[in-house]
Design a protein around this ligand. Sequence first.
Ligand SMILES: [Zn+2]
Length: 178
Amino acid sequence: MYNSTLKRKTPLKQKTALKAYTPLKAKKSLRQCQEEKAKRGEVKKTYAKPYKPKHRYESIFTKDLKRCFITGAENGFSDGEYHDIHIHHIFGASNKANSEKYHYVIPLRDDWHNMASYGVHIDRNLDLALKQICQEDFIKYHGSRTDFIKIFGKFWTGGGDEISRYRQRLSPGTRKAA
Ligand SMILES: [Zn+2]
């Protein structure tokens, strides 16, 4: 028979009961609290607001914003699965409005957007290829590299073979509007 020589070093029962210092349910939502604090000037308004487009979507890549520029798919079944078409801002975050203004948006099937490892939000090469195509468009039609940096804050350089492959595949107008 098994005979344990191990001795328990901690008592089974805690001597002091745990006390809940915060109520289980918040009386106000986090957003409400943040808004009130912001009103009192205690914090800056930093909570994320749902993004609203500032300009009507137009793309230097294609006229057909309902069709994925890479796969040619529309909303619905393609390659055996249901997919949505997303509008991707080539320059994101604080540059979303600038991307819209200069038509640096592209329709992508959700997997090519952010739902798969090869999607633009995950594959840095694809992201960089698209950014560089747009930068060239800017220099061709809008201003200098310095102007671009003034507006977008940065100029994206670098990349190897993978980027040139993407760039060939993705040059504007390679897919004709349906
Ligand atoms: Zn995106």
